[in-house]
Design a protein. Structure first.
Length: 382
C-alpha cells in the first residue's frame, strides 16, 4: 500500500490529477494499492500554520477527515472538485476488480448497420472446440461473468451448446447481446432464455421502421426486433435481466426521446445509451454532434424510472449526470476475445483511439477517462 496526499493549499487540479495518475500507474505495474488522503491541518504542523497565514477557513477537527472529506478548499481548486477526483480513482480501482470476459463468437450478421464496430472484419465464427478452450481458460482465472457478443451470436450454430457449457463451468453471470431478429419466433426466444443465461440485451436504434431499417440496412428489421423484444419480455424467468441497447448517431439523435418512450412503453426497464467508437464502419460523419440535449431529456424523464447506462460517453459532456456514466468504467475489468483469437483489455483497446486535450488536465474525472475519440472522416452522403 502507498499513501498519497492531495489538496495542499498550493495545488491546482492538474497537480492533483498528476498525483492520482501516478497512483494508478503504480497500482497497475506493481499492485501497490493507493490509500489517498486529503491534506489535513493538524495543530503544530506547518500545514496548520500555512492555512492560518493564508486565511483559509478549515475544520479544526481534521483527524477523522483524512480519507473522507477535505478540511479546507485550496484556493486554486473549485469546491467539491477534490471529492470528485478522489471518487474517480476509487471508481477505477473498484472497476478493475470486476472481471468479465466478452467473446465475439461470430462476425456473421443479418443486419448491415452503418456504424457496426466489426463491420470491416471477416464474417466467420469461432469453432466450438476453441470456444470451450477460451471458456475454460478464463474460468480458471476466476472469472465468473461472461458476455456473448458478435456479429450476431444467434447465427452461431453452437450458441446453445456454448451457453450450456459455460454454465457447467460455473459462470454465474451470462449475457447474450443480439439484434433480436431471430427471436421474433417465440419458440426461439424461449429456447435462448431456457439455457440459463442471466441477462440479455437487444439493440434497437430507431423509433420507427423507416429510421431503424435505414440504420441497419435491412427492410423489415424493425418489426422483427420489436417482436423479439416483446417475446423476450413475455418469457423472462425469475432473476433474468433484460436491456435494450441504443446506439446514438446523427440520424437518430433527435428521435432519442421518442425511441426511449417506445422502449419504456413496451415494459423495458433497463437501457444502454451507446455512443460511437472509432472502429469498424463508424466514421466522423455519423457522429451526433456536441449537443447533449436529447440525451439529457431522456435522463431527466426516465432516469428515475429505468436503470440507464451511458456507454462510451464523456463525463465533461454531461455535467451533473455523471452517475449515468460511472458504469462504463467497468470496461477496466473486461477482456474481449475476437473471432481471430486476439484478446484485449477493453478499456485499453478503446483508449488507444482516444487522446486527451489541454482541458483534460484540470478535469476531476481525468483519471478514469482516456479522453476524446479520434474518428476517421467518412463519406458525406451517408
Amino acid at each position: 500500500m502507498v499513501h498519497y496526499i492531495i489538496g495542499f493549499p498550493w495545488e491546482t487540479p492538474a497537480d492533483v490529477n498528476a498525483t492520482l495518475e501516478m497512483a494508478w500507474e503504480l497500482f497497475e505495474k506493481y499492485e501497490a494499492f493507493p490509500a489517498v488522503q486529503y491534506a489535513t491541518p493538524l495543530p503544530g504542523t506547518k500545514l496548520w500554520t500555512m492555512c492560518h497565514e493564508m486565511g483559509l477557513p478549515f475544520n479544526a477537527d481534521g483527524g477523522a477527515r483524512f480519507q473522507h472529506e477535505p478540511s479546507f478548499v485550496p484556493p486554486g481548486i473549485p469546491d467539491g472538485w477534490l471529492q470528485k477526483a478522489k471518487g474517480a480513482l476509487d471508481l477505477k480501482l473498484h472497476a478493475a476488480s470486476q472481471r468479465k470476459v466478452i467473446i465475439n463468437i461470430t462476425y456473421e450478421c443479418i443486419n448491415h448497420c452503418l456504424f457496426c464496430a466489426v463491420g470491416n472484419r471477416v464474417r466467420k465464427g469461432i469453432p466450438f472446440p476453441r470456444l470451450q478452450e477460451i471458456l475454460k481458460e478464463h474460468r480458471a482465472k476466476g472469472i465468473e461473468a461472461l458476455d456473448i457478443d458478435g456479429g450476431e451470436p444467434t447465427l452461431h450454430p453452437d450458441l446453445y451448446k456454448t451457453l450450456e457449457y459455460a454454465k457447467e463451468l460455473g459462470y454465474r453471470r451470462i449475457n447474450v447481446t443480439t439484434n433480436g431478429r431471430r427471436l421474433k419466433d417465440p419458440a426461439e426466444a424461449r429456447q435462448l432464455l431456457a439455457t440459463g443465461i442471466t441477462s440479455m440485451s437487444i439493440s434497437l436504434h430507431g423509433d420507427t421502421a423507416q429510421l431503424h431499417d435505414l440504420l441497419t440496412g435491412v427492410p423489415g428489421s424493425f418489426d422483427e426486433t420489436i417482436h423479439g423484444i416483446q417475446n423476450c419480455l413475455n418469457n423472462l424467468g425469475i432473476g433474468q435481466d433484460f436491456a435494450v441497447n441504443v446506439t446514438v448517431v446523427r440520424q437518430n439523435v433527435e428521435h432519442l426521446l421518442s425511441l426511449v418512450s417506445l422502449i419504456y412503453g413496451m415494459g423495458v426497464r433497463k437501457l444502454n445509451i451507446q455512443f460511437l467508437t472509432p472502429f469498424g464502419n463508424a466514421q466522423r460523419n455519423l457522429l451526433p454532434g456536441q449537443d447533449m440535449t436529447p440525451v439529457i431529456q431522456v435522463l431527466d424523464k426516465f432516469g428515475d424510472k429505468m436503470a440507464i447506462n451511458v456507454v462510451n460517453g464523456l463525463f465533461c459532456q454531461l455535467p451533473g449526470y455523471e452517475s449515468f456514466l460511472a458504469g462504463d468504467v467497468q470496461k477496466l475489468g473486461r477482456t474481449m476475445v475476437f473471432v481471430t483469437d486476439e484478446e484485449v483489455n477493453l478499456f485499453d483497446y478503446l483508449g488507444a483511439r482516444r487522446h486527451k486535450k489541454e482541458v483534460c488536465k484540470s478535469c476531476a474525472w481525468s483519471v478514469v477517462c482516456e479522453g476524446f475519440f479520434e474518428f476517421q472522416e467518412g463519406p458525406s452522403d451517408v
